[in-house]
Ligand binder design. Structure first.
Ligand SMILES: [Zn+2]
Ligand SMILES: [Zn+2]
Length: 1010
């Protein structure tokens, strides 16, 4: 007996049951054991930040990772299954700050950096556990006790080595530059953190007068949306080639930007250069000694503002560059937290936003404000805390990208990207990437191992813990892990003899993730160290070993990685940068990337909008298999709409498959069928087709899995299920009723194979069904059964039945268009253009309820030509009517290229519309190459047969409603009006399992169980 299936699958319950069973039977361990020593498939997991529970969007990547790992394992590959957690840097810090209610760096320092680090570690441990549970629930098979944690000392040491290498090559430098700065986080951000991090914000828009010195009554007018930068103004820039004019009010503007003004004087911008003016806040101590003058700048825009740009080199990137060219004073108005320094008078201690009002009031009071309003524009914000960014001058540690750029491009050329156009995106990023800003002025992150000596000027970069121990002058006894504040207590001895302290900065978190192809695989590590990766903050969280170099050689580079498209400028980039630096090679051979998850209405998901869906919520409501199905079916280069609506749709679609399995189980049990290795009798043509169709499914899904293209897998599965259910089972119903064991065996075989190939996508459902369907000798889990071999297909047979199905589809369409019910038999069907289907005329006749099927040119078709009005209306004008009538009457000739000659006009193929219509008494449907026509006329015989089909349908519904078993026999009574149907009594009896059918005094048909 096969275990029976309920009417509908309870996905949540069956997933819970399978999960527990996997655990209990150690299925994953068995699979790993079986594959050990097999060909390697190296997958490198991009770390997930252990800072929050997973969102639904995380399930996308996790699903794809698991699907292709499972597939490779089914093919006998040996895999590592190491999961990674990202553990330090701004994400985690901001999370802990929120948790503790801290809102500035000062508050963190008051709280204590050591305590703060402890809270960060606790947070990582907590969320790593939650994420692990959620991934297991999603069905992800990983080696959960051997995760890598990027804050382990081992990981940090490997980054140190990389940084030392950069230093030795002369790539490392301290950049003194104007940078985008988050005043709340108190740190600069690097280029890759800025992309896509913009918001529509409202800012003041001020037009301000700068009175010219020595030119009474004349002023420059500048435009600014950042009033807080005015106290740091040192210059005004004009476009030297543009024309400027002096208005009657004494204001200088670019002529193009004040079209309505009357100018009393016009000059080229170059003539204004060198003029001095009174700065707007000259009285501030910071402004003492600053000479304000007009400078030339070719990039001054002439489409917005006034054509005169206010320059504050301490508060803008381009301004800072100009200060170098023109030797301007650089006034830095704000500190790390975005507050004004003390030499800014009454502004001291206030934020950039707080000074907007006072600045405006003072300008107004002094008559310098020409106009004020507000502007809504796209403005950069911090990617972590959403605070608007400002520009600040800072010294940041940078890695020069000049020398690595070309080698990285070369490395990328070796990578196979899916979808392939992402390769070009990566190239674009690499071509345009600036130097890598690796320093962050924060606390819980990779400690940069930089020790600059004040006396001799040497920068020492420490490359390992051993090296640190060797050179340390103290503090080692308290150094339990390589984090602040402990690492800051370990000074070293410079070559000159002086004691030197570490810089206080920590590193960009993308260094942490980028090094993992080295740190987790034991690059250049002489001896395997058990738990050697579980060091520092990661000790106790994982059992991961630090392998030796031979292991690295086996597993590097990764055969495949998969993350979202954003990672091109993040993890794919940092990994590639570090890998090309250390080995000259790309760290991955193939990449699968995907876009963004949106809500079901196509809006971005945000917690604050209330439309974000947690992974936990999605898993509890939708179930893992359906979620996985959705992600696999979606074309990854497009954003995906996710929600309960689309999930319900998938669940409904899955029912067809479920019902097919249930159908098999029910009939197999009726007949006590037990599957053997071979069919228990001679295969019929339809059986041979289904077996071939099954091999086709195996071939198609295998090919799509090999290409990491899950939508292709789902398409193949979908079309197979349709063929299985709507052709094989439909066409074989009678055989199942009759307990035909060859049909049962064939269906069983097809179902079992389909369960196997869909296993990577829906592992729970697959194992649930496998356990019910498998032959006794087969492995207990579908994941222990080797992947089916792909063999040569009988293409002709497959094409043949595909054509039959097309003809039937078109026939149904034609009947539907003519409004004839499918239960109503018709007389004749003519098929044109499906020669292979000719051998199946009987099946087609039966499917379409027609008496006769003929393969011949369809003559019941009228082809009409009509004028394409939008094109011909203007062309023909008054003659259009005459042309239309001629076309209607068929008075035209065909010309080459699909056009016609009519009434002396030659019309192109696009100028006429072709309409195929059935002649009177026929219904018609066609696709590109096949046309079918069916007669629609009815006679008494056809009408009577139609009524018999209706009756059979009705009685079978009554049987179901009465709860009868499939094998129960009945007695059927008919109303006297149906007496003429008794002509077909045998037919009716067979179809409804009746022992007797007779008319009686009933008004409606009645049934009774015998
Ligand atoms: Zn921030
Ligand atoms: Zn020194």
């Amino acid at each position: 007996m096969f275990e029976t299936l309920p009417q509908y699958p309870d996905h949540l319950a069956l997933e819970g049951e399978v999960l527990a069973w996997w655990e209990e039977r150690g299925i994953f361990e068995q699979l790993r054991g079986r594959n050990r020593g097999g060909p390697k498939f190296s997958f490198m997991d991009g770390p997930i930040t252990a800072n929050n529970p997973m969102g639904a969007h995380h399930c996308w990547g996790r699903t794809l990772k698991d699907v292709f790992q499972r597939y490779k394992a089914l093919r006998g590959h040996d895999l590592r299954y190491q999961n990674g957690f990202d553990c330090q840097g701004l994400w985690v810090e901001v999370g802990v700050e929120r948790e503790l209610g801290l809102n500035s760096k000062r508050e963190i320092e008051e709280y204590g950096i050591a305590e703060f680090a402890e809270r960060c570690k606790e947070r990582v441990a907590k969320y790593a556990e939650i994420i692990t549970d959620q991934c297991r629930r999603l069905g992800m098979w990983m080696d959960w006790d051997n995760d890598y944690y990027t804050f382990s000392d081992t990981n940090i040491e490997y980054i140190w080595r990389f940084l030392k290498e950069c230093h030795e090559r002369g790539w490392l430098y301290l950049g003194h530059r104007s940078v985008e700065w988050c005043p709340r986080c108190g740190t600069s951000l690097s280029q890759h953190e800025l992309i896509n991090s913009y918001a529509e914000l409202t800012h003041p828009s001020l037009y301000v007068r700068f009175p010219l010195k020595g030119r009474e009554g004349e002023s420059l007018v500048v435009w600014t949306t950042t009033p807080w930068t005015l106290p740091a103004n040192v210059a005004a820039a004009v476009n030297p080639d543009a024309e400027y004019g002096l208005t009657e009010e004494g204001e200088w503007w670019a002529v193009d930007l004040k079209p309505d003004a009357t100018f009393t004087q016009r000059v080229r911008g170059a003539e204004l250069v060198g003029l001095e003016y009174e700065g707007p806040f000259d009285r501030l101590p910071a402004q003492q000694g600053v000479v304000h003058r007009v400078i030339p700048w070719e990039d001054v825009a002439l489409d917005t503002g006034t054509g005169i740009v206010h320059i504050a080199p301490g508060a803008g990137a381009e301004d800072f560059e100009l200060s170098r060219v023109h030797d301007l004073a650089v006034l830095t108005p704000i500190d790390e937290s975005g507050r004004f320094y003390e030499d800014y008078g009454e502004f001291e201690g206030r934020s950039t936003e707080d000074v907007e009002g006072p600045v405006k009031i003072e300008l107004e009071r002094r008559g310098l404000l020409v106009e004020s309003g507000s502007i809504v524009h796209s403005y950069p914000i911090c990617w972590r805390c959403s605070t608007p960014l400002v520009f600040r001058i800072a010294d940041d540690w940078m890695i020069s990208a000049d020398q690595i750029r070309q080698p990285m491009l070369d490395a990328n050329a070796t990578v196979e990207w899916t979808p392939d156009f992402y390769s070009k995106r990566m190239d674009d990023w690499l071509r345009n990437m600036g130097d890598w800003n690796i320093s962050r002025r924060r606390y819980f992150g990779l400690p940069l191992p930089f020790y600059p000596c004040q006396s001799c000027g040497t920068l020492t970069v420490i490359g390992s813990l051993d090296e640190l121990r060797e050179r340390a002058t103290g503090g080692l006894d308290q150094l339990d892990e390589l984090h602040r504040p402990w690492i800051d207590e370990v000074p070293i001895r410079c070559d000159c003899g002086d004691e030197v302290r570490r810089v206080t900065e920590v590193g960009d978190a993308w260094l942490d993730a980028g090094i993992v192809p080295f740190s987790t695989l034991g690059w250049q590590n002489p001896e395997w160290r058990e738990h050697g990766y579980a060091t520092g903050a990661a000790a106790g969280l994982t059992g991961a070993d630090l392998p030796d170099h031979t292991y690295w050689e086996k597993w590097y580079p990764a055969d495949w990685v998969s993350e979202m498209r954003e990672q091109i400028r993040l993890w794919f980039y940092s990994q590639c940068f570090m890998s090309v630096t250390l080995t000259g090679k790309s760290p991955y051979r193939a990449v699968l990337t995907y876009e963004k998850l949106l809500d079901e209405h196509g809006r971005e998901m945000h917690r604050s909008w209330g439309n974000a869906i947690d992974a936990a919520e999605a898993l509890e409501n939708i179930g893992a298999d359906v979620i996985r199905f959705m992600f696999c079916e979606h074309v990854p280069s497009q954003n995906m709409k996710f929600g309960y609506g689309p999930a319900g749709e998938i669940r409904r679609r899955l029912l067809t498959y479920w019902n097919s399995v249930k159908f098999f189980v029910d009939y197999a049990n009726v007949d006590g069928f037990r599957p053997g290795k071979r069919p228990p009798g001679e295969l019929q043509p339809l059986d041979r087709w289904l077996l071939e169709r099954t091999e086709q499914l195996v071939a198609e899904t295998t090919q799509q899995y090999e290409q990491y293209w899950s939508p292709g897998v789902m398409r193949a599965f979908d079309s197979f299920v349709d063929d299985l259910s709507n052709w094989y089972i439909r066409r074989s119903r009678r055989r199942f009723w009759n307990g035909d064991r060859v049909a049962l065996w064939t269906l069983w075989y097809a179902l079992l194979r389909s369960v196997q190939v869909i296993g990577p996508v829906m592992p729970f459902l697959a194992d649930f069904l496998w356990r019910r369907l498998r032959a006794e000798a087969a492995p207990e889990s579908v994941f222990l059964e080797p992947w089916p071999e792909v063999r040569e297909l009988d293409e002709e047979l497959l094409r043949e039945v595909a054509e039959v199905r097309r003809v039937v589809e078109l026939g149904r369409q034609a009947r539907g268009d003519a409004g004839v019910k499918l239960r109503q038999p018709l007389r004749r069907l003519v098929v044109q253009g499906a020669e292979l289907a000719g051998r199946h005329a009987d099946e087609i006749a039966e499917e379409l309820r027609v008496k006769e099927v003929e393969f011949a040119p369809v003559e019941a078709m009228e082809v009409r030509f009509k004028p394409n009005l939008p094109l011909l209306g203007p062309k023909l004008g008054k003659e259009l009517g005459a042309v239309r009538s001629a076309l209607d009457a068929g008075e035209f000739e065909h010309v080459e290229g699909g056009g016609v000659r009519v009434n002396g006009h030659e019309l192109g193929a696009d100028e006429v519309l072709v309409e195929r219509r059935a002649r009177e008494g026929w219904a018609l449907a066609a696709d590109d190459s096949v046309t079918v026509a069916v007669t629609t006329g009815l006679d008494d015989e056809l009408r009577r047969e139609g009524r018999v089909y209706e009756l059979i349908h009705r009685v079978n519904t009554m049987r179901k409603d009465a709860g009868l078993e499939l094998t129960d026999r009945i007695r059927l009574k008919l109303p006297a009006a149906d007496a003429d149907l008794l002509e077909h009594a045998d037919w009716i009896k067979e179809e409804v399992l009746a022992t007797e059918v007779a008319t009686d005094g009933v008004s409606e048909p009645e049934i009774a169980k015998v």
